[in-house]
Write a protein that binds this ligand. Structure first.
Ligand SMILES: Cc1cc2nc3c(=O)[nH]c(=O)nc-3n(C[C@H](O)[C@H](O)[C@H](O)COP(=O)(O)OP(=O)(O)OC[C@H]3O[C@@H](n4cnc5c(N)ncnc54)[C@H](O)[C@@H]3O)c2cc1C
Length: 397
């Protein structure tokens, strides 16, 4: 006999856990699946700091009793809403604590296959058990979407790795490593490799690396004036971030091309202010370098970049692709092919209703997969606040 539930949440990162806490608060008949906070433990470099500030690096529950601030106070960790960097290990421990307190029945099994059946869905778990759910919320974050440029995909893994693979940095002591990219994964990995004694260089096609603003030292009126010019939001400083952070439903009503442009262009690759201290005056940063090809000759890797002054060939022992993540529905192999075919898409991401529903009735997407519909907010944990409230109200009313 197949067990039936109303809602299945697939994924237990900040979005899945926050939504689970709201569903639990509303008394919904649901189950949440996945290894809690697994991405933060298995796919982020040890020693990394979050780029979001403390107040925006939290999970959400309807009674507001389980914030990062409360966890830090209870466990004696230093905390401030702004200005005290959050180590990734602390964020992981906090997420696990949140799960154990609010969602002790979470099922750590992975969903291997989702198929449509009788107006709902059948979910096959990784041990073969099958469950029926009326509605499914896909909250799988970024893990399926690591992006490696086609030119690099054939390189053997001893020469190439993506920043989402966690490798012990000590392995690279004395080795020459090129890190490609300009986002926080690239910059943090380069800084941590440098600390581990590697000879590192960052190569980016961008004209510079953008770092988030360090906390203001201003006080009183000067601070008030600065905040008027650049208000603070969960996505950082400035009016554009403020609007992206606080008006996701307005954003959803905008024309699709506008949404795509803003989501692509705003809050693109950047690194946290702590990351700056890891690389500044320590790791050479070469800008305007577009990678053309990479080949192995003997025991070395030879990478050719196009630069404003012509081609440049660089020799290295390893190349790290800090080339980020691209949402692509076809990477979600646990969704049965016929379901994936039915999902209306824009740029390989799902087109979503104002309640996160895809064109397949009963199938919802939250987190980074929903960014083209609701804006850059959905690429950050801060977006879980709006998402959990909005979706729970809709599904459990
Ligand atoms: C280097 C780096 C630094 C970042 N720093 C920040 C930051 O400082 N602040 C911030 O807000 N954001 C940061 N981000 C963005 C961050 O990835 C998102 O905020 C976050 O992923 C959103 O949470 P999520 O719940 O959508 O997904 P995730 O945290 O990615 O969690 C997804 C979950 O889904 C599970 N899952 C996947 N497939 C299945 C399946 N088939 N069955 C069951 N479970 C499954 C995974 O195990 C995982 O637990 C950073 C990203 C990177 C790469």
């Amino acid at each position: 006999m197949v067990r039936s539930i109303d809602f299945a949440i697939v994924g237990a990162g900040p979005y899945g856990l926050s939504l689970g806490a709201y569903f639990a608060g509303a008394g919904a008949n649901f189950k949440i699946f996945g290894s809690p906070m697994a991405v933060w433990r298995n796919h982020m470099p040890s020693g990394m700091y979050l780029k979001s500030e403390g107040f925006a690096s939290t999970l959400f529950d309807p009674r507001r009793q389980h914030s990062l601030r409360e966890f830090c106070a209870r466990n004696g960790h230093p905390y401030a809403d702004v200005g005290v960097p959050i180590p990734v290990e602390l964020f992981y421990a906090y997420g696990r604590d949140f799960q154990q307190r609010l969602l002790p029945d979470l099922d750590t099994r992975h969903i291997a296959r989702i198929t449509a059946a009788g107006g709902g869905f059948l979910l096959r778990l990784d041990d073969g058990e099958v469950l029926r759910a009326r509605k499914v919320v896909v909250a799988v974050g970024i893990a399926h979407y690591a992006y490696i440029p086609p030119e690099l995909r054939e390189l053997p893994s001893r020469f190439l790795w993506h920043t989402s693979e966690k490798r012990p940095m000590e392995q690279f002591f004395g080795r020459r490593v090129l890190v490609m990219g300009a986002g926080s994964s690239a910059v943090d990995t380069a800084g941590l490799l440098h600390q581990a004694g590697a000879d590192v260089e960052i190569m980016t096609r961008r004209p510079k690396i953008w770092f988030n603003h360090a906390p203001d030292r201003k006080r009183g009126l000067a601070l008030a004036y600065a905040r008027l010019l650049k208000p603070r939001s969960g996505l950082g400083l400035g009016w554009r971030s403020y609007m992206a952070s606080d008006l996701p439903t307005v954003f959803h009503r905008m024309p699709e091309q506008f949404r795509l442009r803003v989501t692509r262009g705003h809050l693109g690759p950047s690194a946290g202010w702590v990351s700056r201290t890891l690389v500044e005056d320590k790791v050479p940063i070469k800008v305007e370098r577009t990678m053309r090809r990479a080949e192995v000759r003997g025991e070395k890797l030879h990478v050719t970049f196009t630069t404003p002054d012509g081609d440049e060939e660089v020799e290295a022992d390893h190349l790290v692709a800090g080339t980020g993540y691209k949402v692509d529905l076809d990477r979600l192999e646990f969704l049965d092919e016929p379901i994936r075919q039915q999902i209306s898409r824009v740029n390989s991401t799902p087109r979503l209703s104002r309640f996160f529903e895809s064109s397949v009735p009963g199938l919802y997407f939250v987190g980074p997969s929903a960014a083209n519909s609701f804006g850059p907010l959905l690429r950050f944990a801060w977006g879980a606040k709006f998402t959990s409230r909005h979706l729970t109200r809709h599904l459990t009313r």
